[in-house]
Design a protein around this ligand. Structure first.
Ligand SMILES: Nc1ncnc2c1ncn2[C@@H]1O[C@H](COP(=O)(O)OP(=O)(O)OP(=O)(O)O)[C@@H](O)[C@H]1O
Length: 244
């Protein structure tokens, strides 16, 4: 089966500092990848390059075969991206913002309206559809971001901390949604919540100082005899042992 997300030797430098260093991995349909690492490890930078928001310094990233630099529009059509933080245009209502997203994605008329209502349903936003985004709680803002990422039903999803700011019930709902979507998509979620990896991920990658240091299944990680928390702490607090 062809990979839906392919990253090959991806590297990003800001000035003299290399924040993503020669990262390579692929993801197939049905895989949910937990993208882990301490603060500043390079997770968001990697995701932003995948989404075409940042140019790589070197290496390549492809979404459904489309290179994000050489064929950016094709790549973006196949990708849903939830960036860190809240959606822009805070003065727009939820429905207005999603309608705008639908038009940008090329939908018109009935199809656009159907896409918007389906995305609101998936992210459980119907109750706040007429409220301006700026007055919503952090959890609802995240869900508006999630709705715009799902609106065009993309085969690849890149979600930067999708459950950040959600209460336990909302976290549960979003994890259920990811599980439901998983069989038909390749999904990357970055998270600081290690229990999320066991809850929804079929695979986990840990990066530290821009380097990929672990690529394993949650079961393999459990097989270390440590809790995921302990394993993560040992690994990321002993980065000099890796020589970087
Ligand atoms: N535009 C930029 N210019 C300069 N440095 C940047 C820029 N964006 C990110 N960085 C730096 O790159 C490093 C990696 O940041 P990144 O946000 O990718 O980490 P992260 O793993 O997502 O961290 P967190 O878990 O805190 O979100 C950090 O040291 C950050 O300060």
């Amino acid at each position: 089966m062809a990979a839906l997300i392919e990253i090959d030797r991806l590297t990003k430098k800001f000035g003299d500092t290399t924040v993503v260093n020669d990262v390579t991995f692929t993801l197939k349909k049905g895989e949910v990848l937990g993208f882990l690492g301490p603060n500043g490890a390079g997770k968001s930078t990697t995701m932003r390059m995948l989404a075409g928001f940042l140019m790589p310094t070197s290496g390549t990233a492809r979404i459904c075969g489309a290179d994000v630099v050489e064929r950016p529009i094709e790549a973006k059509r196949k990708l849903g991206f939830l960036p860190e933080g809240a959606p822009c245009y805070p003065e727009m209502t939820v429905e207005g913002f999603l309608g705008f997203t639908a038009r940008v994605r090329g939908y018109r008329g009935v199809e656009a309206a159907e896409r918007v209502s389906h995305a609101m349903k998936l992210a459980d936003l119907e109750a706040v559809r007429l409220q301006p985004i700026e007055i919503l709680s952090k959890g609802f803002k995240r869900r508006v971001g999630l709705a715009q990422a799902l609106l065009h039903d993309p085969p690849a999803l890149v979600l930067d901390e999708p459950t950040d700011g959600l209460d336990p019930n909302q976290k549960h709902e979003v994890r259920e949604l990811i599980r439901r979507l998983a069989p038909e998509k390749a999904i990357i979620i970055s998270t600081h919540i290690l229990e999320e990896v066991s809850a929804v991920c079929s695979r986990a990658i840990i990066i530290a100082r821009g380097h990929l240091i672990v690529d394993a299944t949650p079961r393999e990680l459990e097989g270390t005899g440590q809790t995921l928390d302990e394993f993560f702490r040992d690994l990321t607090l002993n980065i000099p042992a890796f020589g970087f």
